[in-house]
Design a protein around this ligand. Structure first.
Ligand SMILES: *[C@@H]1O[C@H](CO)[C@@H](O)[C@H](O)[C@H]1NC(C)=O
Ligand SMILES: *[C@@H]1O[C@H](CO)[C@@H](O)[C@H](O)[C@H]1NC(C)=O
Length: 481
């Protein structure tokens, strides 16, 4: 058993090594970011990654101390939150096309018990994640807990296909039809079903949304194609948005997707694989277990961060192994192959548009050989877009291109030169650099346009004009510590 486990570990690590090898090759022909300096830097990083990988693999195989038992990975959102003493609830939402999603809620905390008419915030996770990602670090670090303590009723969406979205009225995850979706369908069906459910359950007219990465992509899909939802959303706070996607920094995942996307798609389809990166207790448990061996803990940490393109992120120093182990038990949580491919398409085309099924099927579906672009100019909800200076997926250029097409948008660069994509959720710098500003933005928007049902807004309504202009003046530099 133990030997088998070790072999598996070596297999996983070798796979990662191959991935990284692939990266180094691609970087010599990187299409979009190709300065000589970049290439040298990424080659050095690559050499370090190989060294790390080899060391971990060696340590994993040669360590013959006590046999280890696998860590449990069955912990759910409810377990994570209740263990902190905060309130946690779950609800089942059925979408108009039959998916049954379990969504979560934190209605209150010891400081602010559940009560009627609290203003509502909906948190929307990113690619391959689930609601869990918002509550891994607990009350002293996570935005969700800060919002609950400030008196908000906080809800958490889950998209079809992840750990909490594997049920359907007629289909099962064994049917390949179950997996025929990308973030387009999550934006068109999962998000509106969740918003309607939350507004009905709370009796509120509007809610605020906080989305990470794909969370923003889905909000843009919904608000541009179903304009009536603009009246239900007060503000979208967006961490590391992805929509207009024309720049990309080198990184193993990027490389895989760009360079090998087509072959990967063919191979996986031929094998009948529709689901990617499901929550797999054995693999995640194995990874977490190996990484708890004192000798290799720090190497694991480096390795995981570098695989996620985070080696030079602020998380790298600012990261507790404790959090790392939790992350390893709650990420990834699964999605469809098409979700990844749709991102690849918008990267390759440089256009934020619907899924490309090929000319013939496009014509049947869209009455055009190419897919239509999302009409994001029509969106009337204000967006506040936060982006890091060292984010391989969300670059300043792309955020600015997105802002120029949105009616009301404010961009905020996080003032830390190593802040990257997952840092919005994992770095211990999030609170001073990002979350305090977010709390302010949500509060000001909420007060600025009070919904009659919220008691907290009554007193604040008179000062709403003053607040709104104060908000308008918030320069990006206010995000700095
Ligand atoms: C949601 O559905 C699951 C599976 O049918 C069930 O176990 C759970 O109790 C339901 N939750 C609620 C709140 O209805
Ligand atoms: C973040 O964590 C690092 C390493 O644990 C620590 O040195 C630093 O002071 C922490 N920063 C904050 C803002 O808590």
């Amino acid at each position: 058993m133990l030997l088998g486990t070790r072999l598996q570990a070596v297999a996983i690590l070798s796979m990662s090594l191959l991935l990284q090898l692939a990266e180094s090759r691609v970087c010599q022909t990187c299409r979009r970011s190709s300065t000589a300096k970049n290439q040298i830097a990424s080659r050095r990083q690559f050499q370090r990654q190989i060294a790390t990988t080899t060391t971990i693999a060696t340590a994993a195989v040669s360590d013959t101390t006590e046999p280890r038992t696998l860590l449990p990975v069955t912990e759910t959102f409810i377990d994570l939150v209740r263990s902190t003493g905060y309130y946690a609830e779950e609800y089942n939402v059925t979408t108009s096309d039959g998916y049954i999603l379990t969504i979560h809620r934190m209605p209150g905390s010891p400081k602010k018990p559940p009560a009627a008419n609290k203003p509502v915030v909906l948190m929307v996770h990113g690619l391959l994640a689930a609601s869990d990602i918002w509550v891994l670090r607990g009350p002293s670090e996570d935005l969700a807990f800060m919002l609950v303590d400030a008196g908000y009723d906080v809800w958490f969406m889950n998209t079809r296909g992840n750990f909490y979205g594997r049920r359907h009225k007629r289909l099962t995850p064994k049917d390949s039809k179950f997996w025929r979706f990308s973030w387009h369908e999550s934006g068109m069906y999962d998000m509106p079903a969740t918003i309607d459910y939350v507004l009905t359950a709370t009796g509120q007219k509007k809610l605020s949304m906080v989305g990470h990465s794909m969370g923003t992509t889905m909000a843009l899909v919904l608000l541009s194609l179903k304009p009536e939802y603009n009246a239900k959303v007060e503000i979208v706070v967006s961490f590391a948005p992805i929509a207009i996607f024309t720049h990309l920094l080198p990184g193993p995942v990027n490389t895989m997707v760009v360079r090998y996307g087509k072959q990967l798609q063919k191979t996986l389809k031929a094998l009948g694989i529709n689901e990617v990166f499901p929550r797999n207790p054995t693999l995640l448990g194995l990874y977490a277990t190996i990484c708890q061996t004192p000798k290799i803990e720090i190497l694991c940490q480096k390795f995981a961060l570098s695989s996620a393109g985070l080696l030079k992120s602020s998380s790298f120093d600012a990261f507790h192994m404790n959090v790392m182990n939790k992350v390893l038990r709650h990420y990834p949580q699964g999605s469809s192959l098409e979700t990844l491919l749709h991102y690849r398409q918008i990267l390759m085309s440089g256009k934020f548009r619907q899924y490309d099924f090929g000319p013939e099927r496009n014509y049947m579906r869209y009455k055009n050989v190419t897919p239509p672009e999302y009409p994001i100019e029509k969106i009337t909800v204000p967006f506040v877009l936060y982006y890091g200076m060292n984010d391989a997926y969300t670059t300043k250029e792309d955020v600015h291109a997105l802002m120029s097409r949105l009616k009301i948008a404010e961009g905020k660069e996080v003032q830390h030169d190593r802040f990257s994509h997952l840092d919005f959720l994992l770095s211990n710098l999030t609170k001073p650099l990002v979350y305090r500003d977010v709390m302010h933005a949500i509060e000001v928007h909420h007060r600025g346009k009070p919904s009659s049902s919220s008691p907290a807004t009554a007193a604040a309504a008179s000062s709403s004009a003053a607040k709104a202009s104060e908000y308008g003046r918030l320069a990006p530099s206010t995000v700095a510590v």
